[in-house]
Design a protein around this ligand. Sequence first.
Ligand SMILES: Cc1cc2nc3c(=O)[nH]c(=O)nc-3n(C[C@H](O)[C@H](O)[C@H](O)COP(=O)(O)O)c2cc1C
Length: 195
Amino acid sequence: MNYEKTEFELQGANGMKLSWLLSNGQVFMITCTDIEKSVNGIITACWISPTSHNPLLLTASIGNGEKGSEAYRFCHSLINETKEFGLNIPTTDLTEAIFKVGTTHSNMVNKFSEAGLTPMTGKKISAPLIEECFMNIECKVIISYITGDHTVFVAKPVAAFMDEDVIVNGKFSDKYYDKKNQVQIGDLITKWNMW
Ligand SMILES: Cc1cc2nc3c(=O)[nH]c(=O)nc-3n(C[C@H](O)[C@H](O)[C@H](O)COP(=O)(O)O)c2cc1C
């Protein structure tokens, strides 16, 4: 078969759209705090990926831009300071909260109250976790790499908590195994008419 191909322009807005297309899909909320625990941060993030089974490691790519720039994330400074964060997995009923968290800065608003989320004390990290999320993973950063306008934090999960119905008979229950019940970046981009 002879496929006709059109060149895809990599510059400008298309570059951003390509990174959405390449994103593995799932949307998370990351929680963090400063050393004094004087401010809590929450950031919506989809650039999260497992990266090693043994040891168990994951990566989180977080914008590191200057204040006022597109890649500015207040949470970047908190994670950089404490070298820890909570990874919280939401279901689709938290889509509105994800939007609020992903479009405001944690040094400007209290995202827990603004987004109607409940802070939950962790076991091994100082940052609060999000009670409404069905799974909460406490992570310690072991190394980080500045790739460009984002920093990749490589982190080790050190404790994790889940709702009682997540595992049934030793398996993830359909409610959580089915990715349609988790928030997908493509669905949000479509909903927000950003393609
Ligand atoms: C669906 C969605 C996914 C996002 N994924 C990421 C991501 O993976 N990494 C990142 O640095 N920012 C990501 N963002 C942007 C941040 O969530 C956003 O800039 C937020 O306002 C930063 O909050 P902060 O200033 O409290 O850190 C995403 C936003 C949305 C809406």
